[in-house]
Write a protein that binds this ligand. Structure first.
Ligand code: ADP
Ligand code: MG
Length: 589
């Protein structure tokens, strides 16, 4: 008897604060979300000493009258929902009514606010609520314009354990700025600014397109190098912007996910996005992605995490698969290839998005992939006269148009004219992409038609190389290499593939075996790794002269691929010099 107490609300608030308020960045996130929920068009954030000394978030939103300002300090006090039913598809960032009391319980807290209707009234129509460690100390009238400012001083002054866990001022600042960045990506219609110790750190004026917003947050170059993602329909869509494979680096990537304009974190979805890049980037490279998942409100639960950092999808596998597929189709069009010169507003990323919805609105389901509209030289039928490529290869089905001339330069690049660009194809990279996709089909299916040799080859190998051959015998034979042990350290080769007339089977096999032994190309599965290695070794080399028919066929095959613009190592197969860039340089534009 008498052992059970109901905790005083200040203690309960401090416990809640443990979950919701971890560091200055969490305060910034909650206060900026409140400002956005209040319909603000300008939100400014001030930090001192990484938020340790001072955090202030000011907005020009709807504000609160005196009664509401006091009530807002209570636990579970919210204006955003009335019943649990309203949680389904809730559109505001907040709905738990925890943030203000939680922040107030671990700081010296001051709220100044003035409701829209009071702003026209007498001069002292605003309200100031001051609290310390969660206890309200004063409620006074103040003069102020419409909106709200919350000032948080001495964060964690009364919970020293928490205060000790704060990192350096620099890293707290970085986390806080990132919290604003995330919300700035979700709400283009709002102007955001952050000053740290008096210096402006982030300036994001309201933006017409997501490109403009990314440009003010990360720089114009980053923004305009991205390519658009546009996938799905009303029941599930994936839209946004992603980095070109050739631009992706091993560090410093930016990965932002949103569902119905709400930011969330999900390493598995990021992984799914990376899977979409498979065989276009080397392992260890991390592409930047900005992705908005669109689902009906009842297909996602946003109330699964105290700080609302995670969400739960009803059909998670489908979402993962869709993200991967969306990335895949974004990489397909030739516009996903590398571009020379300045990106222009009428191509690539610049086409995506518009209005206040960050990732554009309407026109969902427009994911036809640009390949069909790309004029490409050659003709699928020319395969029957196959010279450069094996006759068994099946070309793509899109309509093709023959440019009159293909020019080989430096015995390495194929140059031709397309609608609005001079297009340059790297013959080795292109052939590699073609062979890779073919070989993947062969490895999964029937295998290749090998060419039996009248005089078998013998190769002498190192012990580890012999082992690599043993381990990959099935795959070697699937691409056309029939190999037997010859005794000792030798193998004998009875049949070889024939990917092009100048194919040097012995050299290819030697290099292939060396690569398989060395275990390059991590990250891919065994099949993909083998296919990539074979493709690289079997492809026509740079420096090899090609005739018109061979070039035509190679280019036709390339455009018949699933992902024409990228080789398997993160290099482009195609580089375009846009017509507008020529015009710009020659002063015609
Ligand atoms: P929640 O956002 O989950 O409702 P909070 O504790 O963050 O809970 O805020 C409590 C309430 O205070 C909100 O529902 C809102 O009505 C009001 N409020 C908080 N911040 C602001 C603001 N910047 N402008 C107007 N009203 C605000
Ligand atoms: Mg809130």
């Amino acid at each position: 008897m008498g052992r059970i107490y109901v905790l005083p609300s200040v203690v309960a608030d401090q416990i809640a604060a443990g979950e919701v308020i971890e560091r200055p960045a969490s305060v910034v996130k909650e206060l900026v979300e409140n400002a956005l929920d209040a319909g603000s068009s300008t939100v400014s954030v001030e930090l001192e000493d990484g938020g340790r000394t001072l955090i202030r978030v000011s907005d020009d939103g709807c504000g609160m009258d005196r009664d509401d300002a006091v009530k807002a300090m209570d636990r579970h006090a919210t204006s955003k929902i009335r019943s649990s039913a309203e949680l389904i598809g809730v559109a505001t960032y907040g709905f738990r009514g925890e943030a203000l009391p939680a922040i107030a319980s671990v700081s010296r807290f001051e709220l100044e606010t003035c409701a829209a209707s009071d702003a026209e009234g007498p001069a002292e129509a605003g309200t100031r609520v001051s609290a310390k460690g969660g206890r309200i100390e004063a409620v006074q009238p103040v003069a102020r314009t419409r909106g709200t400012s919350v000032t948080v001083r001495g964060l964690f002054f009364n919970t020293p354990a928490r205060r000790k866990f704060l990192r350096s001022s620099r890293s707290e600042t970085r986390a806080a700025v990132d919290a604003v960045t995330v919300l700035a990506l979700a709400r283009l219609d709002v102007t955001f600014s952050v000053t740290c110790d008096g210096r402006s750190t982030l300036e994001a004026p309201h933006a017409a397109t997501i490109i403009d917003r990314i440009a003010s947050l990360f720089g114009r170059r980053t923004a305009e190098g991205l390519i658009p993602v546009e996938w799905g329909d009303a029941s599930l869509s994936v839209r946004g912007l992603i980095q070109r494979p050739a631009d992706a680096k091993t560090s410093g990537r930016k990965a932002y996910l949103f569902v119905n304009d709400r930011p969330f974190k999900d390493p598995f979805l990021i992984r799914a996005a990376e899977n979409g890049y498979r065989a276009t980037i080397p392992s260890g490279v991390r592409p930047s992605v900005f992705l908005e998942i669109g689902v009906p409100g009842d297909r996602v639960d946003v109330n699964v995490h105290p700080a609302k950092l995670q969400v739960r999808f009803r059909d998670r596998m489908l979402v993962e698969r869709s993200v991967e597929e969306a990335i895949r189709s974004a990489l397909r069009p030739v516009d996903a290839a590398a571009v020379l010169g300045s990106p222009s507003s009428d191509r690539g990323a610049a086409r995506a998005g518009g209005g206040s919805a960050p990732f554009g609105s309407g026109s969902r389901g427009d994911f036809a992939g640009g390949v069909g509209s790309v004029p490409v030289p050659g003709d699928a039928d020319s395969a029957s006269t196959g010279t450069l490529l094996e006759p068994s290869a099946a070309a793509g089905t899109m309509s093709m148009q023959r440019p009159d001339r293909l020019l080989q330069v430096f015995n390495t690049y194929i140059v031709f004219e397309t609608d609005d660009a001079v297009t340059v194809v790297d013959q080795h990279a292109a052939h590699e992409r073609v062979l890779y996709e073919r070989v993947m089909e062969q490895l999964r299916g029937q295998g290749n038609v090998a060419q039996r040799l009248l005089l078998p080859l013998t190769l002498e190998l190192q012990t580890d190389e012999l082992e690599a051959v043993g381990n990959h015998r099935d795959l070697l034979s699937a691409v056309g290499f029939e190999v037997d042990d010859f005794g000792g350290r030798s193998i004998v080769v009875h049949a070889v593939p024939n990917p092009h007339p100048r194919f040097d089977a012995r050299r290819c096999l030697e290099e292939l075996v060396a690569d398989l032994t060395g275990g390059r190309l991590g990250g891919l599965n065994r099949l993909e790794r083998f296919a990539a290695t074979y493709a690289c070794r079997a492809a026509v080399m740079a420096g090899q002269a090609l005739d018109q028919e061979e070039m035509r066929e190679l280019v036709a095959r390339l455009f018949g691929c699933a992902l024409p613009p990228h080789d398997v190592h993160g290099r482009p197969t195609i580089v375009q010099l846009p017509k507008h860039e020529l015009e710009r340089r020659f002063g015609r534009a």
